[in-house]
Design a protein around this ligand. Structure first.
Ligand code: AMP
Length: 217
């Protein structure tokens, strides 16, 4: 399976990509996760990326394209069962670069799945999101609260934090960036005949099934 998940921040791309990885054995490649790991490790790349991420802006194309180029080449070499790209591409130049990378690796895309979620729902989801600073487990203060307030169910840490870029003002900027820079990808992939749109509201299991049937169609 070789697919791209597209959708506004908070549309559930990460959740669904993790599920696909678990159930289908296809690796999730999240540029957001790769960049956050670089920020945490304080590498030169991470220090450069942090200022864009904290403001809710996109990291420059050449930086993320380089990361994905390297990751996909490694995957092919290791004989991985495809990929689920989560959060990449996010601009038309990134999509064009991805086409060139896939040509070079002699791979093709099965589908680009768009998760459709209205903007006010996205703001509600993201501003209530809390992440465990120790193990990465995710919660929501309204929909998926930890059993004991402020304490991670998985590892017991009391560091449940709000990601800097999940603060309401930044969320609104990320949505603006999505509309301006990422939404044009839908037209790009629709013209290529690979775009499938799925309703991203409702239960996680139902959305998962909709993605699987969209990819199989
Ligand atoms: P995410 O976890 O996918 O929402 O990504 C978090 C942040 O990482 C984004 O708001 C961007 O600042 C940065 N980022 C992740 N993927 C990309 C990408 N493909 N292009 C540019 N910036 C990205």
């Amino acid at each position: 399976m070789r697919i791209i998940l597209v959708g506004p921040p908070g549309s559930g791309k990460g959740t669904q990509a993790k599920r696909l990885q678990q159930h289908e054995g296809v690796p999730q490649i999240s540029t957001g996760d790769i960049l956050r790991a670089a920020v945490k490790a304080q590498t030169p790349l991470g220090l450069e990326a942090k200022k864009y991420m904290d403001a809710g802006n996109l990291v420059p194309d050449d930086v993320v394209i380089g990361l994905v180029d390297q990751r996909l080449a490694e995957g092919k070499q290791k004989g991985e069962k495809g990929f689920i790209l989560d959060g990449f591409p996010r601009t038309v130049p990134q999509a064009e670069a991805l086409d060139a990378i896939l040509d070079k690796l002699e791979l093709s895309l099965d589908a680009v799945v768009e998760l459709q979620v209205p903007a006010d729902e996205v703001v509600r989801r993201l501003s209530g999101r809390r992440t465990c600073n120790n193990c990465g487990a995710m919660y929501h203060i309204e929909f998926n609260a930890p059993k004991k307030e402020g304490v991670c169910d998985s590892c017991g840490s009391d560091q449940l934090i709000q990601r800097d870029d999940d603060k309401e003002e930044t969320v609104r900027n990320r949505l603006r960036v999505y509309a301006e820079q990422t939404a044009p990808l839908l037209e790009y992939y629709s013209r290529a005949g690979v775009l499938k749109s799925v309703d991203g509201t409702g239960g996680i299991d139902d959305i998962y099934q909709s993605i699987l049937s969209a990819v199989e169609k």
